[in-house]
Design a protein around this ligand. Structure first.
Ligand code: NAD
Length: 352
């Protein structure tokens, strides 16, 4: 265990439970908000309507064009509504895309945010914003980005389709895994990460069997919340950097790339991080953590090979070059030959 560290708690208020959306108006009142802008994706417009009803007179407008990877043009359109409707706060109801839009508005206006998460991606607990402009995604941190209130309502996650639930849960697992060996990790983060992994791995198979069962859904959301807390306060390593490199170079789907790369990145780092591996073994209930993760992905029906999601084999060399050109903090030095082997294995999906 680290015996010297810094830990700063995110200044967010968290309300967790079943039916907690009913507290929305009271939470808005607590913040003194009178003219809220409700955000959603087009697919979740019905949820946005429900949120407006719950807010009553405090709902000033709805903007339901939230888009994945937070394009700046969409944020500009939302900012016009903020101005014309004299908005004094934001309610983001949805997954990471909707939360991202709320954060992008808050970055530019410092308006308070209330988030109602409906996936396990975890953006709501972080002061991090990734935005896209001219096909380039850039990421930044700012205290203005961190949402003030997060209302986790398990019932809002019941409609998330099983495959999206599994991929989103693996996204959350990756946050915890990398937080365990992060250079700025600490004992609190380690506790949250281990418990988060335990909750997710325990609940995910049950959620896939009975997606509408609120019990396992609650455990999954609880685990995702803990993993999100880890992401918000630590620096991510090889796994995340590799996923960004592959996503950027070959336009691979974000969540699937994360799920495929995670066990391989863990094998890469394992020799350097025995304490992480012990915690993960305890949490997952297996001495072979990477193998157990692969098995779980297999059971969830998640694609297991980068080639199956569109990565060309001759792209491996390019990915290695790019990863090496941009060195990053990682427990094991990132070197050409073992990185090449990692990507060969992940590309073929044949295990380690
Ligand atoms: P998403 O928000 O893009 O949602 C995917 C689709 O699922 C959307 O159409 C959405 O409307 C729908 N959906 C969401 N919840 C649903 C539900 N309960 N029932 C039915 N449909 C539902 O997906 P995501 O994975 O949550 O977010 C991805 C985005 O979040 C990416 O842009 C990623 O970069 C970002 N992200 C940011 C952070 C951060 O800390 N900044 C962390 C994680 C993810």
């Amino acid at each position: 265990m680290k015996d010297s560290f810094v830990y700063q708690m995110p200044p967010a208020r968290v309300v967790f439970g079943h039916g907690t959306i009913a507290t929305l108006a009271a939470e808005a009142e607590r913040l003194g908000l009178q003219r809220l802008l409700v955000l959603s994706t087009p697919e979740q417009a019905e949820l946005a309507d429900h949120v407006r009803e719950l807010l009553g007179d405090r709902a000033a407008a709805t903007f339901n064009s939230a888009t994945i990877h937070t394009p700046v043009e969409v944020t500009q359109c939302a900012l016009e509504v903020v101005k014309s409707e004299r908005i004094d706060g934001i309610v983001a109801a949805g997954g990471g895309s909707t939360t991202g839009l709320g954060k992008a508005i808050a970055l530019r206006t410092d308006l308070p945010q209330i988030v109602l998460p409906t996936t396990y991606a975890g953006s709501e607990m972080t002061p991090i914003l990734g935005e896209t402009q001219h096909r380039r995604k850039t990421t930044q941190r700012s205290p203005k980005i961190q949402p003030e209130v997060v209302i986790y309502d398990v019932d809002l996650t019941l409609t998330l389709p099983p495959m999206m639930s599994a991929l989103s849960a693996f996204n959350a697992l990756a946050h915890a895994v990398e937080a365990l060996y992060a250079p700025d990790g600490n004992p609190i983060v380690a506790l949250m990460a281990e418990e988060g992994v335990r909750a997710i791995v325990g609940a995910l198979p049950q959620v896939l069997k009975e997606p509408g069962d609120p019990g396992p859904r609650a455990s999954l959301l609880y685990g995702a919340w803990l993993c999100a807390c880890c992401l918000g306060v630590t620096t991510m390593g090889l796994h995340h950097k590799l996923c960004h490199t592959l996503g950027g170079l070959f336009d691979l789907p974000h969540a699937q790339t994360h799920a495929i790369v995670l066990p391989y990145a863990l094998v890469y780092n394992a020799p350097m991080v025995p304490e992480t591996m012990n915690r993960l073994s305890r949490a997952i209930g297996s001495h072979d953590v990477p193998e157990a993760l692969l098995q779980l992905e297999h059971d969830c029906g998640i694609p297991l090979a980068l080639r199956d999601i569109g990565m060309p084999h001759d792209g491996i060399e390019q990915a290695v070059e790019q990863a090496l050109a941009n060195p990053y903090d990682n427990p094991r030095p990132v070197e050409a030959s073992p990185l090449n082997a990692l990507l060969e294995h992940a590309w073929a999906g044949t295990g380690f």
